[in-house]
Design a protein around this ligand. Structure first.
Ligand code: TYM
Length: 328
């Protein structure tokens, strides 16, 4: 089984990315042939600084390695190193419905947030994401809940391609965790934790120091009750229950049982401590890995070689099926 996922090199990675996606990437290495891509081309669809993009690329690479991705057991590479992604994106445009792209939640959200240019790149973002996955004929795509619609779209694109041009692409399935697929902002628990648009105090970064994490968790917004249980009218507590469950590797029900009758103060203190200990080794490894940029660059280059070996034959099959370029 082949697993593929992508992550943006923008901003700093937060607890939502870590719980919803990165832990799944690490587990994927034991479950199949795992391929992970840091998507610099996607990052160019909103205003950005080129120098900073390169820095963030190394930051993200170091975070992923620190979290436990092992270049011996997975393929970790930079999207912009494998030109086949952009060509496949264009070819897939012919089997992508304009109306579907217009209905993408993330496009609407991101387009609404732009003050100057709403780039065409933002509109085509999901087609490039489809190309990322389909190029590797991946079966499974581990993501958080916010990527559900993008994975649906890539399935439609692959199906339409296969019925128009013959069986060529694998129709992938999403893998969204049951718990932790949508970690919410600690200050505004009705919205998801996010790099852009989230509150600074409500966003726990993977690289935050222990004091900062503790402060953010202890000041998390909760309701006026005192029961540690998940409920629709308790988004703040529900979120913290899920966080603690994932961090401890237990079911949310167990968390609720353990903290029954204990009140929010003790509960939040336990969540804070657990999150600090959960992220501590990642931050420490990150600090060792990040300064050696040459080693990070070498790891990405080696990953790109391996990625290309899979991508090139797929693209050749797609070109052949579509009658594009010289015949084989
Ligand atoms: P990105 O970089 O925004 O997010 C990376 C992963 O983190 C998950 N995530 C969350 N999970 C739980 N709670 C949250 N609050 C939360 N916020 C983010 C996301 O679901 C994602 O899995 N479009 C993708 C990148 C991409 C991609 C791909 C993904 C490009 N090509 C191909 C899969 C396959 C994105 O913006 O990720």
């Amino acid at each position: 089984m082949r697993i593929f996922s992508g992550i943006q090199p923008t901003g700093r990675k937060h607890l939502g990315n870590y719980i919803g996606a990165i832990t799944q990437y690490v587990a994927g290495q034991d479950r199949g042939e795992a391929i992970y891509c840091i998507v610099d081309l996607h990052a160019t669809t909103v205003p950005y600084d080129p120098v900073e993009l390169r820095e963030r690329m190394y930051d993200t690479t170091a975070v992923l390695l620190a979290a436990g991705l092992d270049p011996e057991r997975c393929v970790l590479f930079r999207q912009g190193d494998v030109a086949e992604h952009t060509e496949l994106c264009w070819l897939l445009c012919s089997v992508t419905a304009f109306g579907d792209l217009n209905r993408m939640h993330q496009f609407k959200e991101k387009a609404g947030a732009q003050r100057e240019l709403v780039s065409a790149g933002l509109f085509f973002y999901p087609v490039l994401q489809a190309a990322d996955v389909l190029l590797y004929r991946a079966h499974e795509v581990p993501v958080g809940d916010d990527q559900r619609q993008h994975v649906e779209l890539m399935r439609d694109i692959a199906e339409r391609f296969n019925s128009r041009f013959g069986e060529t692409l694998v129709v992938p399935e999403h893998r969204i965790p049951d718990v932790g697929a949508r970690i919410m902002d600690l200050q505004e628990p009705e919205r998801k934790m996010a790099t852009t648009g989230g509150t600074p105090q409500g966003t726990v970064y993977v690289l935050d120091d222990p004091k900062t994490i503790e402060k953010k968790v202890r000041s998390a917004v909760t309701d006026s009750g005192s029961d540690v249980v998940r409920a629709p009218d308790k988004p703040g507590i529900s979120n913290l229950v899920e966080v603690l469950a994932v961090v401890r590797g237990i079911a949310p029900e167990e968390v609720e049982r353990e903290f029954a009758g204990q009140g929010y103060g003790a509960f939040k203190a336990a969540v804070a401590e657990a999150v600090v200990e959960y992220l501590r080794p990642v931050r420490e490894r990150y600090e060792q890995l990040r300064p050696d940029q040459a080693a990070l660059e070498a790891a990405l280059a080696a990953g790109a070689e391996k990625a290309r070996a899979i991508a090139v034959p797929t693209l050749a099959d797609v070109r052949e099926a579509m009658g594009v370029g010289a015949p084989r």
